[in-house]
Design a protein around this ligand. Sequence first.
Ligand SMILES: NC(=O)C1=CN([C@@H]2O[C@H](COP(=O)(O)OP(=O)(O)OC[C@H]3O[C@@H](n4cnc5c(N)ncnc54)[C@H](OP(=O)(O)O)[C@@H]3O)[C@@H](O)[C@H]2O)C=CC1
Ligand SMILES: O=C(O)[C@@H]1CCC=N1
Length: 274
Amino acid sequence: MTLSRVNENGLVLLGCGKMGSAMLQGWLAQGLNANSVTVIDPHPSQWVQGLVQQGLHLNEPLPTTPAICIIAVKPQMMGDALPALRALGNGTTVFLSIAAGTSIGAFADALGDQSPIIRAMPNTPAAVGQGITALIGNAHINDADMQMGEALLSAVGQTVRLASEDQMDAVTAVSGSGPAYVFHLIETLAAAGVAQGLPKDMALQLAKATVAGAGALAQAADEDPTQLRINVTSPNGTTAAALEVLMNETDGFPALLNRAVTAAADRSRELGKE
Ligand SMILES: NC(=O)C1=CN([C@@H]2O[C@H](COP(=O)(O)OP(=O)(O)OC[C@H]3O[C@@H](n4cnc5c(N)ncnc54)[C@H](OP(=O)(O)O)[C@@H]3O)[C@@H](O)[C@H]2O)C=CC1
Ligand SMILES: O=C(O)[C@@H]1CCC=N1
């Protein structure tokens, strides 16, 4: 689907930090006109300020009925930020929030209970077009609205639709926060390489390329990740020695990652109540 509805009627982006900027970059690359975009952010980056020359509206009054308003501020800032959007509520403007924790019900309370609202959870690989976003809409979202939301998020990666909003805490814990776990894996794999005698730069290069290559193979291969792991593991070889440590039932990777994902999902649920 093209971004024609957004180009014709406009897009408001509330909050243009890490995620807002990553998405905006993808939309512009996919053909969104800068002059269809209004960004509201108290401290816009140099990059966003530079887009004003291409027609982007920065901290200007809101258009009357934009096609969509993307909410990309921190959950803790919602109380301060949402009143600025009330004029767009209960109309045809679709609200799409990417905030962790904040429920569709909380947005309906703040913006009007007739408002079409999509809740989405992207992740930072969106900055290189390789994100994944889960979405769910409320009862006022029609097919065309959902397609518009998906078209925008597809500009920065894959999309999946959720069956229920309850799934969003788990999604946040797996793919929203997940890139941080993988970056930590890169950091710790490189540090372990240094401990084994490698120079720091080379250890980091090896760790980054290994994670990137394994990720690309997992996406491209017909085999599932279990088979791909088995393919690396020679009987009585080096990988088997490492996996014996990593797959330990009590303090191995599965137990550790399960605890980490549970902590993230619990925090997402808490954020929804704050
Ligand atoms: N980072 C991530 O990996 C992901 C984040 N998210 C969600 O995305 C949202 C944004 O996160 P992220 O981009 O990391 O955060 P950032 O802090 O990078 O971006 C938020 C932006 O909103 C601005 N802002 C603060 N108050 C207002 C206001 N009242 N009106 C307009 N803009 C305001 C901030 O300005 P200033 O810095 O000056 O306060 C900042 O530029 C969060 O809700 C988060 O849960 C979702 C998926 C992944
Ligand atoms: O850490 C957070 O709360 C946000 C949501 C998912 C990724 N970053």
